[in-house]
Design a binder for this molecule. Structure first.
Ligand code: NAD
Ligand code: UDP
Ligand code: UDP
Length: 338
């Protein structure tokens, strides 16, 4: 198997002690980087429940041990505190690469998207693992095409405040395709649109978590700008199903994974109000620089090639995160890492 660049002591690809995943399928050993985070921890739950072995690599930058604590006694689960910016040696079949400072408050000045992605691609190359990158709709920037198809190249400011994230993910996509073409690494690319659900960071400034937490705390919802900008919000279990379908499927992508239901921020505030507290109010605040005016995925490619589409609407999904938020706010857990 030297075709994928394996050599030397660490090139061994048989994993002693493997447990069966059930009738008809050998269990896989899967790395999830960023697995202590919001999306990652839900993905880990799904992989563990179907019988696979999961190794989470996380530096707890925004992730939390609480998101995984229910798995600590499971022999098929392992958690490594590690920064993916540094190399690591593991023997695995698949790599879901989610590690990333993923919100405006956290992502500035961090080289994770470039160095972390490079290391995980190097790992995939060495052991012949399949690698999935969680890219983002932000690669489309402030889009001049609406809704956005995967063929759109985007409208991104290379030197703006958001560039570290947008351009970091664009570079990550480039690296992923280079390893695919140049080193035969099996890769998959997902472009994820705004996603919400239980275990979201309480304090990372994203709009759904801000509105829900504000209403629970009896504070006004902070609408930035005129509130007429749009986003499309996907419930986390739909995303996790899409990521697994992509990893298991035959297509490299990129694939948009998002819910095409499009809402203005004012409409979102209205849904949060109806869901949690009819006496909730809003206040207007100045918007952030380079804020995209609208965003909505065209998901025809994922529907056709992955047989995937989201099932949970915003009105169905929002109530599913309220209890988790309420409990964490009541317990004074503001979502910081341990
Ligand atoms: P999150 O912040 O909850 O999770 C990211 C995880 O990565 C955290 O657990 C964090 O501690 C970890 N991490 C960050 N830097 C690291 C490093 N250098 N080494 C090891 N671990 C590191 O965010 P999320 O919403 O779960 O996002 C997961 C992935 O999905 C990210 O790649 C993000 O860019 C992508 N994505 C998410 C959304 C969304 O709406 N949630 C939208 C588009 C793309
Ligand atoms: N890498 C890693 N784990 C591995 C194999 C590689 O972390 O199992 C890192 C390696 O340290 C390097 C990066 O991945 O920084 C890219 O590796 P590759 O072999 O593609 O590049 P090279 O080391 O040849 O420059
Ligand atoms: N936003 C808002 N109030 C908030 C937080 C965000 O109105 O408290 C707006 C923000 O300006 C943007 C939209 O909500 O137009 C989505 O922001 P978020 O950071 O959640 O996601 P992204 O901009 O990355 O799509």
């Amino acid at each position: 198997d030297s075709s994928s660049g394996s050599s030397g002591f660490f090139s061994k690809r048989t994993f002693p002690g493997r447990v069966p995943a059930g009738i008809g399928r050998k269990s896989l050993r899967i790395v999830v980087t960023g697995g202590a985070g919001f999306v990652g921890s839900h993905l880990v739950d799904k992989l563990i429940s179907r019988g696979d072995e999961v190794i989470v690599i996380d530096n707890f930058f925004t992730g939390r041990k609480e998101n995984l604590v229910h798995l600590f006694r499971n022999p098929r689960f392992e958690l490594i505190r590690h920064d993916v910016v540094e190399p690591i040696l593991l023997e695995v079949d698949q790599i879901y690469h989610l590690a990333c400072p993923a919100s405006p408050v956290h992502y500035k000045y961090n080289p994770t998207n470039v160095m972390g992605t490079l290391n995980m691609l190097g790992l995939a190359k060495r052991v012949g693992a399949r690698f999935l990158l969680t890219s983002t709709s932000e690669v489309y920037g402030d889009p001049l095409e609406h809704p956005q198809k995967e063929t759109y190249w985007g409208n991104v400011n290379p030197i703006g405040e958001r560039s570290c994230y947008d351009e970091g993910k664009r570079t990550a996509e480039t690296l992923t395709m280079d390893y695919h073409r140049g080193a035969d690494v099996e890769v998959r690319i997902a472009r994820i649109f705004n996603t919400y659900g239980p275990r979201m960071c309480l304090d990372d400034g994203r709009v759904v978590s801000n509105f829900v937490a504000q209403v629970i705390r009896k504070q006004p919802m902070t609408v930035y700008g005129d509130g007429k900008q749009t986003r499309s919000f996907q419930y986390v279990s739909d995303l996790v199903d899409g990521l697994v379908a992509l990893m298991e499927g035959e297509h490299v992508g990129p694939f948009n994974l998002g819910n095409p239901g499009e809402f203005t921020m004012l409409e979102l505030a209205e849904v949060v109000k109806e869901t949690i507290d009819s006496s909730a109010t809003i206040e207007f605040k100045p918007n952030t620089a380079d804020d995209p005016h609208k965003r909505k995925p065209d998901i025809s490619k994922a529907k056709e090639l992955l047989n995937w589409e989201p099932r949970i609407s915003l009105r169905e999904g929002l109530p599913l995160m309220v209890n988790d938020f309420r409990n964490r706010i009541l317990n004074g857990d503001e979502g910081k890492g341990l």
